[in-house]
Structures are given as C-alpha cells and as structure tokens.
Design a binder for this molecule. Structure first.
Ligand SMILES: C=CC1=C(C)c2cc3[nH]c(cc4nc(cc5[nH]c(cc1n2)c(C)c5CCC(=O)O)C(CCC(=O)O)=C4C)c(C)c3C=C
Ligand code: FE2
Length: 448
C-alpha cells in the first residue's frame, strides 16, 4: 500500500537570508488529508470514478527530494516581502487591468490573491487542493509546473496603479477620495519611446525567485485566479538581478558588463530605507492606507548592446564613471569607495566625467536622494534588424516619486552620456501597500 502522506520536499536552507526562514513543504496539503480519506478510500474512489461516480484523483507518486534549496520568506509582515528582501536571481513581473466594475469582486480578487500568494511563497500549491487533487471534474486549483520544486525564495509583491482609483474621471471602485497625490502616470521624459502595451496598469504583481519556473508559476496562477475580474496587460521576465539589496550579496552585472547595484540602498541600512523607501505616516492625508508601503517605478529600458560592444573600454568606463573590472570609481579606491567628483586628471578635466552616469545619479548631486533599485536584465528575443531585444527592466522603490525618481530621471534623460545607448520602452508607477497581517488581504486598509 503506498504511503498516502506527501513527502516534505523542502530541504534545509543553504543560504542565510535577511529575515526569517520557514522551511515548508510545497505539497503538504492534500485533498486526501483534508477529507481524511485513507489509501483504500482513494483507491475505491478511483475505481468508482471509472464507473462515473468518483470525485477524487488517483494517488500521486512521491516527488523526488531535491538535494538542496534556497530560503523561504514569510509572506505576512509589516512591509510586503520582495522590496528589501535580498534580490533573487529571477523575475516575472505582471501588470493587470481590472475587468470587473464591481468593488466587491475587486476585493474578492485581492483576498484570493493574498491567500494564493501566502501559500505559494511558503512552497505550497496556489489552492488548498493542489495540482493533482480536488474534484476530478473541475480544473485543478494549481497548474502543476512547480510540483517538486521548493519555494526557491519566492516573494510576491502587489501594487495599485493610478487608473485603479480613477479612469476618465470615473471613480471606478469608490476609492478616488483615497487616491495618493503622488500616484500619477509618470511624465514623458526626453527621449522616451514608450510602448503603451508595455506600460501602466491597474494592478501589478512582482514575483521574484531563485528559480524561473517558480516565478512564472506564481504569475500564471495569479493570472488564472484573476479570470473574469482582471486580465493580464503586460508582463516582463528578468534574470541576473542588476541590484543587490543586501550587503550579504555580491554585486551582479548588467548587460553592459558593469557591476550594478554597488551604491544601492541596502536592507542593512534601516535609516536609509526608512528615509527613502517607506511612506511615512502623515505623508498624504488622503492616503493613510499607504503608510509603511512604498511607490514602485518600473521602466523597460532597451540597451543598444551592439553599439556599446563596439566602444573602447576607455569610453565604456568614461560613460559609467567606474571601472569595468572592479566597479571602482574612476577617482580611485575599491568598489565601495566614495567617488571624488572634484578630482582633476589629464588636461585639468574631471576624472569622473561631467556626463558620467554615476556623477549625475549620485545622491550628493541630487539633494541626497537615494533609490532602492531592484532591476533585472532581460532578453526578449531579437529584432527584425538582427539585434537582441535586450536591456534592463529597471525597478525602484521610493518614498515619493515626485522627489525621488522624476527629478533624477529628468536630469539623466537630458545629460547622461549613457542615454546615447538606451531607449526607454515601458513605464509604470504603482503604489505598493504595506504588508498584510494573517487573516487580512493586501491593501485591506484602502477598502476599509
Ligand atoms: C533614474 C534612475 C536610474 C536609471 C533609469 C538608471 C539606469 C541605468 N543604470 C545603469 C547602470 C548603472 N547605474 C549605476 C548607478 C546608479 N544608477 C542610478 C539610477 C538610475 N540608473 C543610481 C541612483 C545609481 C547610484 C549612483 C551612486 O550613488 O553612485 C551604476 C554603478 C554601480 C552602482 O552604484 O549601482 C551602473 C553600472 C544602466 C545600464 C541603466 C539603464 C539601462
Ligand atoms: Fe544606473
């Protein structure tokens, strides 16, 4: 008689994440256990099914135990996970349009998404039955491609776009009075070549994991759950995180081959994160519900890598303002040394050029503004000119886009030497509510 208890497929974590690790089994909840049905009962039901009267599926073969696995991050908490969580290797980001006009259905979607996200981030299936249990004559409540995979550090982060609050002057869901003043469509910046079908959205979901299949599984299941209430507007896959969000991580490289994320805000700097990421209480009298949340900027930035690859190393380093090998400022020191923007070199010219990316983006030259960058590389096939459709899916969490992103991007778009090699093709802004407590849904205070 096969053992009816599903195996715990989650091995002991091998890495030390910032935050609590909660090892769990992805498949610990089975319909058989929920119904208290024995192995013989299942077999009987399967036989009955052949006769047209059964409801349960046949016993599943145990999934093999993976050798090692990454951490499991708690879903519930003061802030949503996936912001200061050490940036995982993979991204699947999705923006949705709400297709129902019913406030109750929107709230029920957020409830269903919260429950599914809480389960999937702990390594469980999206629904209570899982992919191969449940009523045999109904679609499974999980799609199944993550069977046997651990949680893989999955985090799922939800946000609300400006159009959720008001569209063409209409208060769609009775929340227009709570529309944060800072939540407006981002302006058109110089040089933008935005594709509407890769921009904006009523809702967003950021799924990050160390396994691409786990991140894709999360978005696919949330999209499935949304059917009839919200529809996918656009989505973006990403790899090779272009930012570290923890000092425990090495700095990864972007597709220009440079270390990216060296001077990023890190979780180990709580004062910096408080000042530049979380929305403080009283920031906006209309939007108390956003206290402890953040704003998420997304920009799909195409990089003309073929042109870049023909530039001499000296030009590449001049444009960034850092060395390619170590990522050190051109003014000297190691990777984490502060750049000396006043230092002059040959011909009394600044060693870090006046149009170098890091000079223009540095907080000393932007009223102390810092961003929590959380972007990913992307390659979406190739163009009809035989070039890679590649770049950086830039994401940044900020306390207020009006002070933290818009002025900086306006300046970079006008002055940055790097702009010559970039084209912004997608753009969106979302308000990211604080974390939920168990029993609540994400964004509950907005609808209270
Ligand atoms: C509006 C904000 C920014 C955009 C858009 C942006 C795009 C972008 N950046 C790189 C490569 C690098 N950026 C680096 C540093 C850096 N970039 C921003 C902001 C934006 N970048 C900031 C605030 C900083 C930190 C500046 C500082 O404090 O010194 C670096 C250097 C390494 C690092 O500190 O991360 C690189 C390299 C690309 C390729 C890109 C668009 C595709
Ligand atoms: Fe940058």
């Amino acid at each position: 008689m096969p053992d009816e208890t599903r195996p715990d497929t989650t091995p002991a974590p091998t890495t030390e994440p910032v935050g609590e690790q909660v090892p769990r089994s992805r498949w610990r909840f089975s319909r058989r256990r929920a119904l208290g049905v024995s192995g013989a009962g299942i077999a009987g039901a399967a036989v009955g099914l052949a006769g047209g009267i059964g409801v349960a599926r046949a016993a599943e073969s145990p999934a093999p135990k993976p050798a090692a696995g990454p951490p499991v991050y708690p879903f519930y908490g003061e802030h949503q996970a996936g912001i200061t969580t050490p940036a995982q290797d993979r991204l699947h980001f999705a923006a949705f349009d709400v297709t129902t006009s019913s406030r109750a259905e929107l709230v029920s979607l957020l409830q269903d998404w919260t429950e599914a996200a809480a389960r999937m981030t702990q390594g469980e299936g999206a629904g209570e039955y899982g992919p191969t249990s449940g009523p045999y004559d109904a679609p499974p409540d999980d799609t199944g491609e993550a069977i046997g995979l651990p949680a893989s550090g999955l985090t799922i982060t939800f946000g609300f776009g400006p159009s959720l609050f008001r569209e063409s002057g209409t208060d769609r869901f009775g929340i227009a009075a709570r529309h944060p003043a800072a939540l407006k469509r981002l302006p058109q910046f110089p040089g933008d070549n935005l594709d509407e079908s890769r921009s904006d959205g009523d809702l967003c979901v950021q799924a990050c994991a160390d396994d691409p299949q786990v991140a894709v599984h999360a978005i696919r299941n949330l999209s499935r759950i949304a059917f009839g209430r919200a529809a996918l507007r656009w989505s973006q896959l990403g790899f090779g995180r272009t930012s570290s969000t923890s000092t425990s991580q090495v700095t990864a490289r972007n597709l220009f081959g440079f270390k990216d994320g060296t001077m990023n805000l890190k979780a180990e700097d709580p004062a910096g994160v408080d000042a530049h990421v979380w929305v403080p209480g009283g920031a906006d009298p209309r939007a108390g519900w956003l206290t402890g949340g953040s704003y998420l900027v997304t920009r799909r930035i195409n990089m003309t890598i073929e042109t870049w690859d023909r530039q001499p190393l000296s030009e590449q380093e001049r444009v960034i303002g850092r060395t390619k090998a170590e990522g050190a400022p051109l003014s000297g020191g190691g990777e984490f040394a502060q750049p000396d923007f006043a230092m002059l070199g040959r011909g009394e010219q600044p060693v870090v050029a006046t149009d170098a990316h890091v000079r223009l983006a540095h907080p000393d030259n932007n009223d102390g503004v810092q961003l929590l960058r959380r972007g990913y590389n992307f390659v979406d096939g190739s163009t009809n000119l035989g070039r890679l459709d590649a770049g950086l899916f830039f994401m940044a969490y900020v306390t207020d886009p009006r002070t933290h992103f818009i002025p900086l991007q306006t300046k970079l778009a006008r002055q940055d030497g790097l702009s010559e090699y970039l084209q912004h093709t997608g753009s969106a802004l979302f308000a990211v509510p604080p974390g939920a407590k168990p029993g609540e849904h994400v964004g509950q205070a907005l609808f209270a």
